[in-house]
Design a protein around this ligand. Structure first.
Ligand code: FA5
Length: 593
């Protein structure tokens, strides 16, 4: 029986042990030690790797597993290691520490999920390269913002994680849940995150929650009666924590959404009178009042938009409060009030799915240094076409099926002659260059208009236009950015492909497709052949750089313009196969998201 050192000390990186047996199998050498610091695969955590060095040989440990009461180290052996040898063991610490942080992050996400939805029943956790926790039950997909916020609060509080060995009776008494299968070949152990209920756990864990670093909830996937919460941490350990006073717009909107959910619960509380409701929802100590104060902590560029969201939520809560209050007043003026009658649930709104998508897209690009900018949605033809190397009457313009606006011309200025409803966000390219601030990393998200309507086109839609200009930018940078975005937004397992294409304003140019999230690549009425076009991209044409006042000898860059609605439809689990549904304004449809 191997003594499991890692169970009581997750930080032990080296150990001296004795070989109990060393046997050659078909492929490997299988080594059993009297005690081990190597974590054997299990509980969703990958096994450790490392090295065992003896007097006459060295073994590279590739994989570790439990076999009965023993821990078997599967190794590639150089020289000889035999039973009775005293050996020095070392684990691959970078690998272990990353797995350990991911595992602890899983427990933190679990606690956050329990705060949001205590009725979920844990099923399993996977803490490898695409980590998730699975529960019996379901969650609305936008609860990811609240869970992410709660999880990061736990991280920031820097709470202690401790473990205790327990008997079965003690575990059953103290743990917040007892899994169906408890290990019979290992001591039973509980993990306690300071202030939370103990949880049965046999993995390796960090000692303070801040070691995990920022947690992102990448998606919530409901299937049948199960729900998976996928999460991610930063690969390297953070050295600094995020300062409280620089809230991003997306983080702030997350808090506002949570306040909206809490307001719903307060409104449903039938024990509260009209005045109590008003104080709880809008009084000086309410969540809304405190969020109003906190708006000054939002970074300046996001503040205006964050304020708009706050005001919308405030108005919707006021409206619902009025409705509920009038029902309550009417009921109290009647002679007989049946206290047992079921309440009238107040109608609750939420942010439109396109607003949710824009917030999430912005947040992902912010992580790699892009800044959200705004450019006009009704603009001069010069910015929408001519400056992009498409002079009047150029045939390439036809593809944009543009709406022109009747307008007066600017006298004495050849450039500003006609106005369009912007058919793409590329009008922001030259406008951004004209700000003369280099390097540029912009993400411009705006409405676009085209004379189109079918399953994958609507006359008004949104694009997000990325542009990166610096010295020595390459196509490799472009694909790296796409990969980062798609893995974060659509999921780690999704694929994109680049097809050569022609745009007047980029050279070379590509169209970017994603494997369809509806039919998973089989072909359906939306994608036809398993891939759906998300947008265009390419290296910025020198003529465009010149039009923006940038010398193409010194600087170059890439740009891309993708559809927000299409990107959202391709999110795993969305199952939206007609883009027109998004703007159908059918409340029964929109309520699902
Ligand atoms: C453009 O609009 C280029 N400006 C993109 C670009 C930017 C290329 C920068 C190079 C450099 P395109 O017409 O293919 O390209 O549109 C891009 C994406 O916008 C489409 O793939 C689609 O996702 C979305 N889109 C276009 N038209 C519609 C529509 N009518 N309804 C919904 N989404 C649309």
């Amino acid at each position: 029986m191997t003594e499991l050192i890692y169970l009581s000390d997750s930080y032990r990186q080296n150990d001296r042990a004795k070989i109990v047996s060393s046997e050659r199998s078909e492929k490997d050498t299988l080594i059993v030690l009297d005690q081990t610091i190597f974590y054997p695969q299990g509980g969703g955590q990958p096994s450790d790797k490392g090295e065992i060095v003896g007097p006459n040989g060295k073994a590279k440990v590739k994989h570790v597993r439990m076999q009965g009461d023993d821990v078997v180290h599967e190794c590639i052996l150089e020289g000889e290691l035999k039973a009775g040898d005293h050996v020095d063991c070392a684990i691959d610490w970078d690998w272990r520490y990353r797995n350990m942080r991911r595992h602890s992050a899983g427990h933190i996400v679990h606690e956050a999920a329990m705060i949001v939805s205590p009725l979920l029943i844990p099923v399993k956790g996977e803490h490898g390269s695409n980590p998730y926790i699975e529960y019996k039950g379901s969650l609305p997909i936008d609860s990811k913002y609240v869970i992410e916020k709660k999880a990061n609060e736990i991280v920031e509080k820097n709470l202690a994680l401790t473990t205790e060995f327990v008997s079965l009776e003690e575990l059953q008494k103290r743990a917040s849940y007892v899994p169906q299968h408890l290990p019979k070949n290992k001591p039973l152990r509980i993990l306690i995150i300071e202030g939370f209920h103990p949880i049965p756990d046999g993995g390796t864990q960090v000692s303070k929650t801040s070691e995990v670093g920022p947690i992102t909830i990448s998606k919530i996937e409901n299937e049948d009666d199960k729900v998976r919460i996928y999460y991610a941490i930063e690969e390297t350990q953070p050295s600094v924590s995020i300062p409280q006073e620089s809230l991003s717009g997306a983080q702030y909107v997350g808090f506002v959404l949570e306040a909206q959910q809490n307001a719903k619960k307060i409104l449903e509380d039938t024990s509260l009178g009209v005045e109590d409701l008003r104080i709880a929802l809008l009084g000086s100590k309410s969540e809304l009042a405190s969020l109003t104060k906190q708006i000054r902590n939002v970074i300046a560029s996001d503040r205006q938009q964050a304020g708009t969201v706050l005001n919308q939520v405030k108005r919707s809560i006021e409206k619902q409060l009025n409705e509920v209050s009038s029902v309550k007043r009417q009921a109290s003026s009647e002679e007989f009030f049946d206290m047992t009658a079921p309440g009238i649930p107040p109608p609750m709104g939420h942010l439109h799915i396109v607003t949710q998508a824009i917030t999430e897209i912005t947040r992902i690009f912010e992580k790699i240094g892009f800044t959200r900018v705004r450019h006009p949605e009704v603009d001069w033809d010069w910015y929408a076409f001519e400056s992009l190397n498409m002079p009047p009457n150029h045939p390439a313009r036809d593809e944009w099926e543009t709406f022109f606006v009747e307008s007066s011309k600017l006298e004495n200025n050849k450039r500003f002659q006609s106005i369009v409803l912007t058919p793409h966000t590329s009008n922001g390219q030259v406008r951004e260059m004209e700000k003369s601030k280099l390097p540029i990393r912009m993400i411009n998200i705006a409405k676009c208009y085209r004379r189109q309507s079918d399953v994958s086109h609507v006359p008004m839609f949104h694009q997000f236009e990325g542009m990166y200009i610096d010295k020595g930018v390459s196509i490799g940078n472009l694909t790296g950015v796409f990969d980062f975005f798609v893995k974060n937004y659509h999921g780690i397992d999704r694929k994109i492909r680049l097809r050569p294409f022609h745009f007047q304003f980029t050279e070379p140019s590509f169209e970017v497709d994603i494997n369809c999230g509806i039919c998973l690549g089989k072909g359906c009425r939306l994608c036809k052949e398993g891939w759906l076009e998300l947008g265009g991209a390419g290296m910025i044409h020198p003529v465009v750089l010149k039009n923006g006042g940038i010398n193409p000898q010194d600087y170059n860059g890439f740009a891309f313009g993708w559809g927000v609605e299409r990107a959202y439809m391709m999110k795993s689990g969305t199952k939206l196969d007609d883009i027109r549904l998004i703007y159908s304004n059918d409340i029964r449809f929109l309520q699902q998201f």
